[in-house]
Ligand binder design. Structure first.
Ligand code: NDP
Length: 270
């Protein structure tokens, strides 16, 4: 039986084991899929051990995607662009790293009929998941993409990576005012997951703005609650993205494309 796991910290909330076992049922294969707590300082030793113990593939989540990128011997084009890895596996004794987050987000936005072409998008956060989804957002013919992060330098660094090919990307400060209509706000910060307060740019929520929080939780996420309180009608959490990115990892590992239909209903309410 092939062994897989999702690694990160905190990890107990992860729904990845449930999702992958539903995919395995579809594929009619037997797998094991665990959620394993690993902190940044233990990454190399623990991941080496997991591969030595025969794990075929690992999903990587908060806060390990950037370390996983550096750990992988071979990286997909998308991972190189994003400098972020959420899928690790062994091939010909090399560790391969891919990122499926960006495509996962796009597929979920499509399924929710959220039009990106010509839109103004703000992404909050500049960590591993922001790095991962930004190339996909930039491939969607946006009118503008603004990145705001608590540590401004990280947002500036990301803008510098993409600016030459994508002049529509810019950085804004978390406490800056926005004076035009934003179509979509994507929250990629871990503030909600960590139970911390999040300062938001003034004017970020307009009358037509939609809110997409990469985090997901049993109740409405803290970020989407703020959005609702500010009058936002359409709010989404990241469960759909989680399912789509998981399906892409599953396909890479098991050469079987699972259907994502009805998976969200099966695992929600969480
Ligand atoms: P990282 O640790 O790499 O990055 C965290 C980001 O959050 C950084 O930009 C950090 O800012 C910011 N941040 C943390 N605390 C605060 C705060 N109190 N106020 C403002 N900003 C804050 O995490 P990831 O990018 O990997 O993950 C982020 C979130 O996205 C997690 O909740 C994760 O669960 C979710 N996620 C969901 C996915 C899905 O499939 N639905 C996929 C990937 C991620 P700074 O740079 O200043 O530290």
């Amino acid at each position: 039986m092939k062994k897989f796991a999702v690694i990160g910290s905190p990890i107990s909330h992860s729904l990845s084991p449930q999702i992958h076992s539903l995919f395995a049922e579809q594929a009619q294969i037997e797998i094991s899929y665990e959620a394993i707590e690993i902190i940044e300082s233990d990454f190399n030793s623990k991941v080496n051990q997991l591969f030595e113990d025969g794990y075929s593939g690992l999903n990587v989540t908060l806060p390990l995607k950037e370390i996983a990128f550096h750990y992988a011997d071979k990286k997909s084009e998308e991972a190189l662009l994003a400098e972020s890895v959420n899928t690790l596996f062994l091939k010909d004794s090399s560790v391969c790293g891919e990122t499926t987050d960006g495509q996962g987000l796009l597929l979920d936005l499509q399924s929710k009929e959220i039009e990106l072409k010509g839109s103004n998008v703000v992404i909050l956060g500049a960590g591993g998941s922001a790095r991962a989804v930004i190339p996909s957002l930039l491939s969607s013919n946006l009118n503008s993409l603004y990145i705001a992060n608590r540590t401004s330098k990280k947002a500036v660094d990301i803008v510098n990576i993409h600016k030459q090919n994508n002049p529509e990307i810019n950085q804004i400060e978390m406490d800056e005012s926005i004076n035009f209509e934003i179509d979509l706000v994507v929250n990629s910060t871990s503030a909600g997951t960590l139970g911390e307060e999040l300062v938001l740019p003034e004017g970020i929520f307009g009358t037509k703005t939609k809110s997409y929080d990469l985090s997901y939780s049993e109740e409405i996420t803290p970020f989407n609650l703020i959005a609702k309180k500010r009058g936002i009608k359409e709010t989404y959490d990241g469960l759909g993205m989680l399912i789509h990115q998981a399906a892409l990892s599953f396909e890479t590992w098991n050469k079987f494309k699972p259907s994502t239909k009805d998976i969200e209903q099966k695992i929600r309410p969480l």
